[in-house]
Structure formats: C-alpha cells, structure tokens
Design a protein around this ligand. Sequence first.
Ligand SMILES: *[C@@H]1O[C@H](CO)[C@@H](O)[C@H](O)[C@H]1NC(C)=O
Ligand SMILES: *[C@@H]1O[C@H](CO)[C@@H](O)[C@H](O)[C@H]1NC(C)=O
Ligand SMILES: *[C@@H]1O[C@H](CO)[C@@H](O)[C@H](O)[C@H]1NC(C)=O
Ligand SMILES: *[C@@H]1O[C@H](CO)[C@@H](O)[C@H](O)[C@H]1NC(C)=O
Length: 420
Amino acid sequence: MSKKTIAAILLFFLCAADTTIIPLQTRRSTSLTTPNGVFDLDQAVVHSVATRNKHRRNLLNWRKNTGLGGPFSQSSKITAPALIPGKILERRQIEPLSDVANNSLWPGIISVGTPAQQFVVDFDTGSSDLWVLSSDCQSDICSVPGRSRYNVLASSTAEKQDNQTFSINYAVSGPVYKDTVCVAGVTVTGQSFGAATTLSVDFSDIPLDGILGLAFPALNSFNETPVFNLAYEQHKVKANQFGLFLAGNGSELFLGGVDSSKFKGEVEFHDVFNAGSLGFWALNNTEAKVAGEEVVSDIVAVVDSGTNVVYGPPADVATLYEKVPGADLFMVEEGSSLYSFPCESVPSIAFSWGGKDWAIPTTTMSQGLTEEGSSQCIGAVVGLDTGLGDNVWVLGDPWMRGLYSVFDFDKEAMGFATLK
Ligand SMILES: *[C@@H]1O[C@H](CO)[C@@H](O)[C@H](O)[C@H]1NC(C)=O
Ligand SMILES: *[C@@H]1O[C@H](CO)[C@@H](O)[C@H](O)[C@H]1NC(C)=O
Ligand SMILES: *[C@@H]1O[C@H](CO)[C@@H](O)[C@H](O)[C@H]1NC(C)=O
Ligand SMILES: *[C@@H]1O[C@H](CO)[C@@H](O)[C@H](O)[C@H]1NC(C)=O
C-alpha cells in the first residue's frame, strides 16, 4: 500500500470520527522576523499588500452580495481602493518556500473529494472563500515539492460549476467546483470552492495549499455558503459557533462550540457590527489603549486571523506611538508606517469594548530588531490604510494570541476569554 493510500485511509477514519478539534500547526512567537532576529521588511511589505488586496476583494464581494454601500457605513460613497499590482512584489526578493514556516499562518489539514485529497490550508477569519490549488496549475509556484493539488478527475463527488470562475485579487484564480470537504470530524457535501490554476508571486513564499475563510457568507466570492455555515446547515456541527486558540504551541480551531480547557472565566461577548448586513467579524465602539490609557476611540475593529500584524489608520497609529516612551517612526514603505520601541520596555497596547482590556502579549508585540545589534524593536502595530474605512483597524494574530476568541453566528457576536 502506498503512503498516499494509507494517508487517505487514515483521513477517512479521521473524517468519520466525531471530532471537532482541528489542531493547527505550530509557529514561533513572532512573525516577520528573520533567523538572526531582525525585522523582515520584504515580508512585511508583501503581507501589507496582500492584506489590502484581500480586504478590497471582501468589500467588492460584500457589495455585490448585499447590494449595499459599505460594510462599515451605509454610505455608498466608500470606494474600494485600487488593486495593487503584482509588480510591486516582483521587484522584491522573496524568500524560498522552505524558509517561511515562521509566517503568520495557522495551517491545518482538510480534505477535499472522494477519496479524500489532503490539503494544508490557513484558517482565516478575515475572508469567506475556500480555495485550494488545482492539478491544472503547472507554474513553478504550484509545483514546489510538498504542495498538494486538487485533481478533479480523481474525485467521484466533484461537480464543475458551469462557466463559474473565481479570481481573488490578481493572486489566485481558476474554475469553481462543488465537492465533499472534510475538516477534522466535520464533513460537508456540495461545498463550493475555487481550484486555483494560477497563483501569483504573493504565494510563492507561503507554505500552503489553500485558504479556508471563516467570515460571514456576504464576503463569499461565489455568493455561496462558506464551509462552516454549510456544516451548520447540514447539521454537522453542534452549535453555530467556533473557537480559536492561537499559540506558539497547541493551537487549535474548535468547530461547533468552544474548548473550555483553553480559557478561564467568562467569555466577554459583544455584538458584531452590522451595517445592514453581516460580513466581517467586526466590532464597533472599540478603544485602543496604551498602558491602560485610552488613546483612540470609536474604532471599528475587524478580527482577522489571516493577518500577521495589527493594522490601524496611519494617523491613529501615530497617535498611539506618541504615548509609547522611546518609540520612533522607523520607516514608511509602500503605505505601511512601521514604528520601533525600546526592546527592553515592551509597551502594553490593548483594545477594549467596555469590559476587560485585551492586550497584545509582550511576546508578540515585537516583530524583530530594527537591525542587528539594535536595541529598538519593530512594533506589531503598523499604520496602514487598508481601504476599509477611516476608523477601521484590523486586529491580526499578534493580538489574537493574547486571548481565546469565540465566533458566534447565532448570537451574531464575538467573545473573548482569558487564556489559562
Ligand atoms: C523560523 O523560526 C525558527 C525557530 O525559531 C528558526 O530556526 C528559523 O531560522 C526561522 N526561519 C525564518 C525564515 O525566519
Ligand atoms: C456557459 O457558457 C456557454 C458559452 O458561453 C453557454 O452556451 C452556456 O449556456 C453557459 N452555461 C451556463 C450554465 O450558464
Ligand atoms: C508545547 O507544550 C507542551 C505542553 O504544554 C510542552 O511540554 C512543550 O515543551 C511545548 N513545546 C514548545 C516547543 O514550546
Ligand atoms: C455598534 O454596532 C451595533 C451592532 O451592529 C449597533 O447596534 C450600534 O448601533 C452600533 N453603534 C454605532 C455607534 O454605530
């Protein structure tokens, strides 16, 4: 029996079992840091461009699917920012695949098709599509050894969606299929997803076969039901809720409830911000604090596990670092303003919704030294106009690692709890 057959059989049992915990692969405590501990500017720029393009696509999908103006304002005047072309990236040195296990990714294994084909995907609360690489993608980026590609001909449950194609930014595109998808013990049938036949240079450094989006259906590119929502519709999960525990070690996604072994005390819930229709996992009335003092208020905060820093509007982020002793503007690069702070006194930066202050842990606040031998570290809070709106912040995983997060579709609420 081949290794592949054994893997398929194991996965069959895994999918048949009544388990809802998806272990996520480990990464170390900081991202965007090179092996010598120095901040990796190239990676940071690649990531900020990818984030802007991702949220641009989300805005366009939300509008197309809801017929409304903007997810954070009823105004139809909000315009999607321009797509940022790939050539920005092409002139940069991008590290080879094997070097970037340290990116901010929370990969776990899913399967697609019958018999099961396995893929390593990132679980992303900041988007709503599922896509995996297609066996028809022949480019160098797709052919990197170790990458899995979906072979539609090898799946007895595959259905091609006539004339439907998808294109996520300029980065990923291809035909749309429906097939059986298994995530840990949860199997959904007739799941729409994209099979990427082209993949841009954005992904060359990312050790993934695809992305599985966990945000609301209104952000879906195919106007179809995303994986978790379909699982709930098909009665495959017990509750319309999932929990995320992101850590250096033992990270997991819990489908259909929360894993109470990972947190202590009550979950602090807040209603998701809803400008006519739900799209992002976002909360309004957010305050940003430095050392317990409120510095910026009336923020709309998008909670996005697919982003490896915390982005805020450049003016807000400047105001924030003014309150941090010893902080300096390090560099403005491709619209990202990067700040440094003294490595020996890591600032406490927190977000609050009137309950507890939920701080970025000191272990994830630094993105590395400004240069070798420096005593200044690059902060995980970065100024960037993501195009989502003047008061919109994106709280990525340096912040999410400080708490247990709960995403509840029934309550239309998000909850946070203190880690054990
Ligand atoms: C990733 O992290 C590991 C462990 O800290 C380190 O050995 C490796 O060099 C890092 N790779 C990169 C590209 O930063
Ligand atoms: C797909 O496109 C072809 C050619 O453009 C057209 O004849 C056919 O009706 C389309 N099928 C569907 C389901 O839209
Ligand atoms: C991971 O967690 C386990 C149990 O909590 C611990 O024993 C182990 O040392 C940790 N490994 C790393 C690399 O931190
Ligand atoms: C904040 O969001 C909640 C939930 O959508 C909404 O009820 C409330 O009116 C919003 N407040 C403001 C000031 O927009």
